[in-house]
Write a protein that binds this ligand. Structure first.
Ligand code: AMP
Length: 204
């Protein structure tokens, strides 16, 4: 199963200094969405012509992106199996994201509140100093939450109307939320494509 994260793809482009990355960075740093045409083009290219199973993480985040995804899948004779909606209180999201730190070398993710490194600020695996994503600063996280309400929440209604949404209570420990996610997906047989819809807290 392929894990496709548009946030990771964008951060890779920023780190590599590609033209797409240079375009996207100012939106990302401000907590705004990168324009649909850029993100859709990047995603469709990543999907390729004949994808097998995949999980989409952080995409689609707007209704036009959901429509573009439907077109792209139709053209490949694929259907979505499910859309996961992680329900969690806004303040819990702010706390989780603003306490997230990442190892820039091995990409391991820590939470300074619930899963801190053994020694202050250094990766347990390779000792590298941990970093905070620019858009995980609390003021930017709060803007991201507003953007979610304005632009991403309608995506849930889009998928509810076609019966794809599986809601997961995402308030709890990582193990609890993971268990609930597996149960929510339990009824799926042989998934061919499985998007994870609007992000809230799923990976933190
Ligand atoms: P994420 O890692 O999914 O939290 O995404 C980090 C940032 O990348 C977001 O705050 C947006 O600026 C941008 N981004 C990621 N995915 C999308 C998307 N589907 N549409 C627009 N912007 C996106």
């Amino acid at each position: 199963m392929d894990h496709i994260s548009t946030g990771d793809l964008l951060r890779w482009n920023v780190a590599e200094g590609t033209p797409l990355g240079l375009d996207a960075k100012r939106y990302m740093d401000a907590g705004e969405l990168v324009p649909d045409d850029i993100v859709v083009r990047m995603l469709v290219e990543r999907l390729g012509t004949n994808p097998s199973g995949f999980i989409l993480d952080g995409f689609p985040r707007t209704v036009p992106q959901a429509e573009a995804l439907a077109d792209a899948l139709r053209g490949r004779s694929l259907d979505l199996d499910a859309v996961l909606a992680f329900d969690v209180d806004r303040e819990v999201v702010v706390r989780r994201l603003s306490s997230r730190r990442t190892c820039p070398v091995c990409r391991r993710v820590y939470s300074m509140t619930t899963a801190p490194p053994l020694s202050d600020q250094a990766c347990d695996d390779d000792g590298t100093r941990l970093v905070q994503r620019d858009d995980d600063r609390e003021d930017v996280v709060r803007r991201r939450m507003e953007v979610y309400e304005e632009q991403t929440a309608p995506v849930r209604a889009f998928y509810e109307a076609i019966g794809l949404v599986r809601a997961v209570d995402a308030d709890g420990t990582e193990d609890e939320v993971f268990g609930r996610t597996l149960r929510a997906l339990g009824a799926l047989a042989e998934p061919s494509a499985m998007p994870v819809a609007p992000e809230t807290s799923g990976r933190v």
